[in-house]
Design a protein around this ligand. Structure first.
Ligand SMILES: *[C@@H]1O[C@H](CO)[C@@H](O)[C@H](O)[C@H]1NC(C)=O
Ligand SMILES: *[C@@H]1O[C@H](CO)[C@@H](O)[C@H](O)[C@H]1NC(C)=O
Ligand SMILES: *[C@@H]1O[C@H](CO)[C@@H](O)[C@H](O)[C@H]1NC(C)=O
Length: 382
């Protein structure tokens, strides 16, 4: 019955179904299509989304890197002084880094030249309060570098101009190559700041003889660097020359001079990059030779004789005789003594006679600080 019914129903309903089912089928088909379409859309959406996410994910670090790297492509980033004087470079690495010299001599930015004051000290700076007063109000026109014994720990307060100005140092002995190394290390560290154009070497016993304004103008307007260099025919001059220095250095080029120099950027770069004369001095200017009195003066006399004034800016008193210049103590600092510091002298400045010859003086003991602070405003102008 059912068997017969079914075929009958089927046959009967066939034409019916073909009329009833198509809308159903269409409905189903439509639903199916909608489902398919949705799934497709969802899949496409998911693919797109993951693609976008992947693209974004991969592009974000690039974007970030771009954002970080952009300031480095900016000139300001290159000319900005290092934010800290601390570094882990060896002398070899430091001198190489400091030996870079721009080939274009005109600067594509406005630039106020700074004087680098390089303090070569054993430990503390007893006359720091005097120097603080000298520098006060002239920020941006100077920078400070201190080379002391590595064991010395500086204790300057954070508002001091000397705070954080210690460079990585090594032991330096008077009369030895290690002293020249310390001076070159100071120059190299100071060269890392592109705005340093002049480099003055001073010690803890030095004092400035004039106010900052005069000092700055004297140095920055000079056509020559101030390197003491003279030909001393005696035993402590030519007598220290060693023939093994030939052919780089012959006796007529041999010079003597005080180590307290002032050089411009050009000569400073030259000094830190010297590999020709250095080995000769290191090997053949032994302790009794006092290499720190000969290396720089001889080097610059050979390589840049027309760029040095052959005199130092730092006055010392040899009048008391003996192998060492006079050290002034507290009782020496009188009004008469202070007047003497500005006494009329005769020297040549930019080819003209000048009455101002020395900008610095040494050697002042720590005890002189108090009277110097008292008398400096009236007699030294700061
Ligand atoms: C600096 O000293 C010079 C000469 O001693 C003087 O003419 C000048 O007025 C001083 N400048 C300042 C800013 O004190
Ligand atoms: C030393 O070297 C210079 C430059 O090379 C030369 O002009 C001079 O004649 C030399 N003097 C001696 C004594 O050899
Ligand atoms: C310094 O001395 C050298 C010779 O050693 C000379 O050629 C040069 O002209 C001197 N410098 C000045 C400014 O007189």
């Amino acid at each position: 019955m059912e068997d017969g019914k079914d075929p009958a129903g089927i046959t009967l309903s066939k034409p019916n179904q073909s009329r009833v089912l198509p809308p159903r089928l269409i409905q189903l088909l439509f639903l199916f299509l909608v489902l398919c379409f949705s799934i497709c859309l969802f899949v496409i959406y998911m693919i797109r989304k993951t693609e976008v996410t992947t693209t974004l994910a991969s592009s974000i670090p690039i974007l970030r890197a771009c954002v970080e790297e952009q300031p480095k492509m900016n000139l300001d980033e290159w000319i900005k002084p290092p934010s800290t004087l601390l570094h882990t470079m060896s002398d070899e690495e430091l001198f190489w880094r400091a030996s870079f010299v721009p080939q274009l001599k005109s600067y594509p930015f406005t630039r106020v030249p700074k004087i680098a004051f390089m303090f070569l000290t054993i430990g503390q700076l007893p006359l720091a309060p005097l120097w603080e007063r000298f520098f006060k109000g002239h920020e941006g026109l100077y920078s400070i570098y201190i080379h002391s014994l590595p064991s010395y720990e500086a204790k300057f307060s954070s508002n001091s101009v000397f705070y954080g100005r210690q460079i990585p140092s090594q032991v330096a002995q008077w009369g030895r190559m290690s002293m020249c190394d310390a001076e070159r290390r100071l120059l190299a560290n100071a060269l890392l700041d592109f705005l340093n154009e002049y480099f003055v070497l001073v010690s803890e016993s030095c004092i400035p003889l004039y106010n900052f304004t005069l000092t700055y103008h004297y140095i920055t307007n000079s056509r020559y660097s101030f390197m003491g260099a003279f030909d001393d025919p005696g035993p402590v001059g030519r007598g220290r020359y060693n023939h093994n220095m030939l052919p780089e250095v012959n006796i007529s080029q041999w010079r003597k001079g005080s180590q307290w120099f002032e050089v411009d950027r050009n000569l400073a770069s030259f000094i830190v990059s010297d590999t020709t004369y250095y080995p000769k001095f290191e090997a053949f200017c032994r302790p009794a030779c006092y290499v720190d009195e000969h290396y720089f003066p001889t080097l610059l006399t050979i390589q840049a004789p027309n760029l040095i004034a052959n005199r130092s800016l730092t006055w010392v008193d040899w009048s008391r005789g003996g192998p060492h210049p006079a050290t002034f103590g507290k009782s020496d600092i009188t009004e008469a003594f202070m007047k003497k510091l500005h006494r009329i002298q005769n020297c040549v400045y930019n080819g003209e006679p000048s009455s101002i010859c020395n900008l610095f003086a040494r050697k002042f003991s720590p005890g002189t600080l108090e009277p110097l602070l008292l008398l400096a405003p009236k007699f030294l102008g700061y």
